[in-house]
Design a protein. Structure first.
Length: 547
């Protein structure tokens, strides 16, 4: 089968950014965390100064410089918080500015506290590491070089000033630590960024795959449901909703509440997974469905995948084969039965014309004629079914086609056209069916409605059609004003040779249903307050039927 396919889902992609940090929220978040550390550090130094007795060796060499530096450092750190939040400057500019601020402030406080021996130089390692994590390789090495030059310059100034002894060895080791930290931090950051990019690509791929899978599942002709271990529906595609005649079926509903017949089928399957599936109908007027089940896990409490197949296509193929076989059989019937039957009927007519028959014998000849005609009608119906052959579906505009049918039917049956009312809404409803076989089906149903419903002189019909409100499938109802069908006969009226009418063959409705199934349509009888109502639900005209 083919169906109309909508526009396929769009594929999510992430365009390459010229500056990963500019539009990367994660990078800005890392910069914000690093600035929190800066504010905390500057605030701690300023608190020591404000206490009046900072712990040694903080500010031991130059207290005034330490006070001013810690205060300015705190103010600039707080200003950086606002700059990051408002994004006043580009990401790279802010990273460079913050690292240079750290190097300058810590170097000055280190000098004010007695130089390298104060231990404050180790705080530069954190500044270099933080900057290296947020920038590229060359920039990371630049930060290390600037920090090293700052420490060496501080030592050189101490030597020139002569107030403090210089320690170039310790400064050199500290500089080597800066470069090692920069290289290691940048390598770690690069791997983290690569892992993040790979995870993001995998996430995009998975999202695209999930979207494509959802698109395919929703547009499959096969109904698909996913049931969890608690019996709740987790997924149901459009076909499943249509086949179950429940367009409002939603995830989260329990299967017994949404589709009791299917829940019963699944319960039987859980008890005996090897048992062959049995067709069922979700509603009395619904399609015949064949369920198949598959467990999604190895444990008994895992979910279950349910496939629902409309048996109409399979039934149509079987119907075509059955009609082909019946056609060959009826050719033999016509020769082997009809010819002897004609001889019997002719002999009965001749016998009835005899003047030597008494009334009792004449009655016997009438019985011969009546039953000969009855058998001949049965043979005609069987031959008609055998000649049905393979259906040739075509798209018909229902209203104009029915107007022509009603005109021909009334002319043939000598009826007033006013006794048949046509109601088609919407007026442009189309069906896909074999026109000749539809004519045969409707002629049979209308003939029954007129002659066996309200009577040949009072019988009236309503032909009402349109689209079903749930699945939007085209339908046609044939409603008469007769006594209706008894409830105990409802399940037998489509069986061959079942009839409640005197002289009926019991093949009319059987043939009509067989022809409907050959066109992937469904014929059923609906309960009605008055008269009988037969409904034909046609296949979706947008789909091609099985050849």
């Amino acid at each position: 089968m083919d169906t109309v396919i909508d526009k396929p889902p769009s594929v999510a992609t992430r365009p390459p950014a010229e500056d990963a940090g500019e539009n990367d929220g994660q990078a800005w978040k890392q910069l914000r965390y690093l600035n929190h550390y800066r504010v905390l550090l500057a605030g701690l130094f300023f608190a020591f100064v404000a206490s009046g007795t900072p712990p040694a060796p903080l500010g031991s060499h130059h207290p005034r410089l330490f006070q001013w530096t810690s205060g300015v450092y705190l103010v600039l750190a707080l200003a950086s918080t606002l700059a990051i939040h408002r994004r006043w400057f580009p990401f790279k500019v802010q990273v460079h500015g913050h690292v240079l601020l750290d190097i300058a402030a810590i170097t000055l406080m280190m000098y004010a506290s007695g130089g390298v021996r104060s231990g404050l130089g180790m705080l530069l390692v954190v500044a270099v590491a933080g900057g290296s994590l947020l920038t590229e390789g060359r920039t990371a090495r630049l930060f290390a070089a600037i920090a090293t030059l700052a420490v060496l310059s501080e030592q050189l100034y101490n030597k020139l000033e002569g107030s403090l002894p210089a320690s170039y060895t310790q400064a050199g080791l500290l500089g080597a630590g800066f470069f090692a930290t920069a290289i290691l931090a940048h390598g770690l950051a690069r791997r983290l960024r690569e892992s993040e990019a790979l995870a993001e690509r995998r996430g995009v791929d998975l999202a695209n795959m999930a979207q494509l899978t959802e698109y395919i599942i929703q547009r499959m002709q096969t109904g698909i449901l996913v049931i969890d271990g608690n019996g709740r529906i987790r997924l149901a595609n459009h076909s499943a909703r249509a086949l179950l005649d429940n367009p409002r079926l939603e995830a989260g509903e329990t299967l017994p509440a949404a589709a009791p017949p299917l829940a019963e089928q699944m319960r039987r399957w859980e008890q005996d997974p090897e048992a062959p599936p049995c067709p069922f109908r979700a509603t009395p007027a619904g399609a015949s469905l064949l369920p198949r089940f598959a467990r999604l896990g190895s444990t008994s409490g895992s979910g279950i995948l349910v496939f629902l197949e409309d048996t109409a296509a399979t039934t149509q193929q079987a119907q075509q084969m059955k009609l082909a076989s019946l056609g060959r059989l009826t050719a033999s019937i016509a020769h082997e039965i009809r010819n002897p039957l004609g001889a019997i009927s002719h002999a009965g007519q001749l016998l009835a014309e005899s003047s030597h028959l008494d009334p009792a014998d004449l009655r016997l000849t009438q019985i011969i004629q009546e039953h000969s005609r009855r058998v001949n009608t049965i043979i005609e119906n069987i031959l008609q079914l055998g000649r049905g052959g393979r259906s040739q579906p075509e798209t018909l505009h229902l209203r104009p086609w029915l107007e022509q049918f009603i005109a021909g039917f009334c002319l043939s049956e000598q009826l007033d056209p006013g006794r048949i009312r046509l109601e088609i809404h919407p007026a442009d409803t189309c069906v896909r069916v074999d026109a000749g076989q539809l004519h045969q089906i409707l002629w049979n149903l209308c003939h029954n409605g007129i002659h066996h419903g309200g009577g040949a002189h009072q019988g009236r019909l309503i032909l009402r059609g349109g689209l079903t409100p749930d699945t939007h499938s085209p339908y046609l109802e044939i409603i008469d004003n007769g006594p209706g069908i008894r409830e105990q006969d409802m399940e037998h009226i489509f069986e061959p040779f079942f009839t409640t009418a005197e002289g009926g063959t019991g093949l009319g409705l059987y043939i009509a249903r067989e022809l409907c199934e050959g066109n992937q349509a469904r014929l059923h009888c609906l309960p009605a307050a008055e008269g009988a109502c037969f409904r034909i639900v046609f296949a979706d005209p947008r789909r091609r039927q099985v050849a």
